[in-house]
Ligand binder design. Structure first.
Ligand SMILES: [Zn+2]
Length: 484
């Protein structure tokens, strides 16, 4: 048996202190929950915190402080079952933005500064919740993500530009104003509130991954609209010696190949050989993919450096997108060794219930592009082998979901992939929306997922994606798992 350095350190620590493997040992772990302002308004701050502590042993809040996405800051997505606590309503008019007070002095270097969320006027979620969390010795993290809308004042200067030359609704990491925006928001949080940490998430990938549809929902992505080809990216490419015209030409050929693959127009030498031939002839395609990844990684590094320079004890970490579990192309670009340079913790998404339909969606998508020589079932088998887990066949996958074994394996991989200084807090799926007929979360799923993560040496868990959509019986299952 070989031990990683991390496992060895843990064994030595265990041998020295010899704590019993018990509730006490597990109680030292971070039990976090993601929650939006809407829940505190609907149910009251203290009743919500009471419930978190009583039902799920929660000791850390990940409050959705900034996003234009309903996923982490809304109440419930229309079409899903209504919540069984709080207001029994959808928030159809969700807008989003900054859910704390926006302190304007920090935003001088970016034209995107009209970001105050209009959803709950006068309610600063950190001002209301943080003192009461502190009095309970619960930690508070700002949880903010890279999701925008088009109708924001000043955003046009920050948007990505697609291969065909259109403005996108995503922001370009090579644009100094975008980096300045994330710096401003981070500085605002860290200086204005006595928070314990920040967690930022960017559920996006580069133009190659998007062109071949290598993600859940990837079949809907137009390969002619991949990003980013703005002037900032072009000048960054030039400084790296990348031939811009060749890159654009390569991506146009790639987009045409994807279009033909989806129409089942098989090239003479088959699909895979044709894609690989294109990558060999146009290495600029992958050079541009790396350029995009480096831009995203510079956002991680800049946020980390800034937060630590203001308060060295603050915990800084990242939400790692679910696609890390599905696409080996994306997984290859999420190198845990690289994350160690700028992370105190990683929330690696391991949502096992919605993971079933999402993985099926990924397999179906790439089986019509780069892996179109194979059936979707064969692509799924290939995925299991390359990602090192084994789950249901394609027909059953959407309704069965992924198992706790998947959570355990992915936790182990993450724990072994980082140094002992970086905490691994797997993201646990509690009632993340799925379509009719697809896997829904049950208490046993939650219990098993939490146990699998902790048994694989996770330093804690983060209950996701938001309290307002969690059914109470599923939340209570967390407490059940921790009391084993
Ligand atoms: Zn750009």
């Amino acid at each position: 048996m070989t031990l990683s350095r991390r496992e060895f350190t843990k064994l030595m620590a265990a041998a020295t202190v010899a704590p019993p493997f018990s509730q006490q040992a597990r109680s030292g772990r971070t039990i976090g929950i993601q929650v939006g302002a809407v829940s505190f308004l609907d149910e009251g701050v203290d009743p919500v915190l009471d419930r978190f502590q009583r039902d799920a042993n929660v000791n850390a809040l990940f409050i959705a402080t900034f996003t234009y996405g309903r996923g982490i800051a809304g109440r419930q997505v229309p079409g899903q079952p209504l919540p069984d606590h709080g207001k029994q309503e959808y928030d159809a008019d969700f807008h989003g933005g900054n859910f704390t007070k926006t302190h304007e002095q920090f935003y001088a270097a970016t034209s995107l500064r009209q970001i105050q969320a209009p959803d709950h006027p006068g309610f600063d979620v950190l001002a209301e919740v943080l003192p009461r969390a502190q009095s309970r010795r619960m930690k508070t993290f700002c949880w903010y993500e890279d999701v925008f809308r088009r109708d924001l004042e000043g955003i046009d200067r920050l948007q990505e530009v697609t291969l065909s030359g259109k403005k996108a609704n995503t922001l370009c990491f090579h644009n100094p104003e975008v980096q300045a925006f994330w710096q401003a928001l981070t500085e605002d949080y860290v200086r204005s509130y006595p928070i314990d940490g920040v967690m930022w998430g960017s559920e996006r990938q580069g133009p190659f991954g998007n062109a071949i549809g290598a993600s859940h929902g990837g079949a809907g992505a137009d390969p002619f609209e991949v990003k980013c080809f703005c002037n900032f990216c072009r000048s960054a490419a030039k400084s790296r010696g990348i031939d811009i015209n060749r890159a654009v030409e390569g991506y146009k050929k790639l987009a045409a190949l994807v279009r033909d693959s989806r129409a089942a127009l098989r090239p003479l030498d088959g699909y895979f050989v044709s894609y690989w031939r294109l990558l060999v002839k146009y290495p600029e395609i992958l050079a541009w993919e790396t350029l995009w990844n480096d831009g995203q990684q510079s956002a991680y590094a800049n946020i980390y450096k800034l937060a630590k320079s203001i308060r060295s004890e603050i915990a800084v970490g990242w939400h790692v997108w679910h696609n890390n579990s599905f696409s080996p192309f994306y997984r290859a670009e999420q190198d845990y060794a690289d994350f160690c340079k700028y992370s105190d913790f990683l929330k690696v998404v391991m949502y096992n219930n919605c993971g079933g339909p999402r993985l099926a969606s990924y397999a179906n998508s790439v089986s019509h592009t780069i892996l179109a020589d194979f059936s979707p079932d064969q692509v799924l088998d290939f995925t299991y082998k390359t990602q090192n887990y084994e789950e249901a066949n394609l027909a059953e996958l959407p309704s069965k979901g992924l198992s706790a074994n998947y959570v355990g394996r992915e936790t182990r991989r993450a724990v072994n992939g980082v140094t002992s200084a970086v905490k691994i807090w797997p993201g646990i799926d509690i009632d993340i929306p799925t379509s009719n007929g697809e896997k829904k979360t049950e208490p046993q799923d939650v219990r098993e997922a939490v146990q699998a993560a902790l048994d694989a040496d996770a330093d804690g868990v983060i209950l996701s994606r938001k309290y307002s959509e969690m059914r109470l019986s599923n939340l209570q299952a967390v407490g059940g798992a921790l009391r084993v």
